[in-house]
Design a protein around this ligand. Sequence first.
Ligand code: SF4
Ligand code: SF4
Length: 445
Amino acid sequence: MSLTPIRVDEIPVLEPGPMPRAFHLMTKPSGAICNLDCKYCYFLSKERLYPGSDFRMNPTLLEEYTRQYMEAQQVPEVTFAWQGGEPTLMGLDFFREAVSYQQKHKKPGMQVHNSFQTNGVLLDDDWAQFFRDKDFLIGLSVDGPAQLHDAYRVDKGGQPTFDRVMRGRAVLERNEVKFNILCTVHAANADHPLEVYRFFRDELKAEFMQFIPIVERDNDTGYQEGDGVKDRSVTAEQYGRFLSDIFDEWVRHDVGRVFVQIFDVALAAWSGNRPGLCIFEETCGAALAMEHNGDVFSCDHYVEPDYRLGNINVVPLEAMVGSQQQFEFGQHKRDSLPQYCLDCEVRFVCNGGCPKNRFIHTPDGEPGLNYLCAGYRHFFNHVRRPMEMMTAELRAGRPPANVMLSLAREQLEFEALLASTGRNDPCPCGSGLKFKRCHGRSRRN
Ligand code: SF4
Ligand code: SF4
């Protein structure tokens, strides 16, 4: 099946629906254009939606979008999220202009933030000083140490990019720019969780990390269709193990000093708060995407003709965000859950995951289960007890980092118990095996 270009003169008819008080709009000023050619990228193929375009947001549109975006928010803070493709291809002056429009159009007392996702290759001191001066939060895409990063993150000539990304990261560091690591988890790095995590923590000195699963649908369109995945995708089981292994390291050493997005999401859910990440919310629909020409889509993962709400030059942004069409898009996330999810013990934190990945069948044959289900279920069950311990600390007004002390104490007590267990006694771990066949296998007593 081939990809059909967007008909820019075709504007969908929207019915009014509920307007969220706040929403998020990921903006792609250079569309899908990128200086790299990462093999798993879901967005590069979107270039074919706009044949003949120069893929550059013009200043008039930039100002109009800035004005409408701020106007539509009913909360005192707003975040502009810049992504691509690769947004640095727009040049620094574009973002200087963006910031000046933000100052011009912000409502009285409004706080304005900017987040900026980049592959890091084009960063220099000018960029970094601008980011620091304007307090941009940078997301840097790195998939681990060189051999893991370079497996798929290559340039247009197929050459590795790790060294160039590390130069970009060094520029950020020497200019004291805040940055997060965005790491995708795929076939090449999924079996190396600790190597990846320790590299970020110890070598890159990263304090904030996200681990995004690559689930690359096997089709020619780049749309969310078909039920096969490409070989580069992580498997559900690998993803669950990857997160669990990193969690085990983190919960013993790094709570309170390293922040991993999905761990924060889990802690929020366990402590009775909203996860704060659309994937794990009960409903979605408040995280839209805008292309370089002002076309607005229901979500960054649904930049497809069927999910185009209109163009900001023709339809007010508020009307698109507050349309019945967008509302139903978000409600569908909850309303389409299979019974298997409704009965699941970790649904309160998982909520079935992102609809884009719901293309497998449940064990009893119902469609609409998330491809990553087995991984989510493993991970969320794996972290249950430490999450309960951290939640108890929070409720008592103490730092969740206390969990590290509790686990260390438990480990010491367990070691003492092992030391006093006879070879033929039941193993104290509760496995039901004799000690000599379980934890006692490597001990002589
Ligand atoms: S479709 Fe997925 S990524 Fe998009 S808003 Fe919903 S949960 Fe988030
Ligand atoms: S873990 Fe699986 S069954 Fe449970 S809510 Fe998530 S996707 Fe559904």
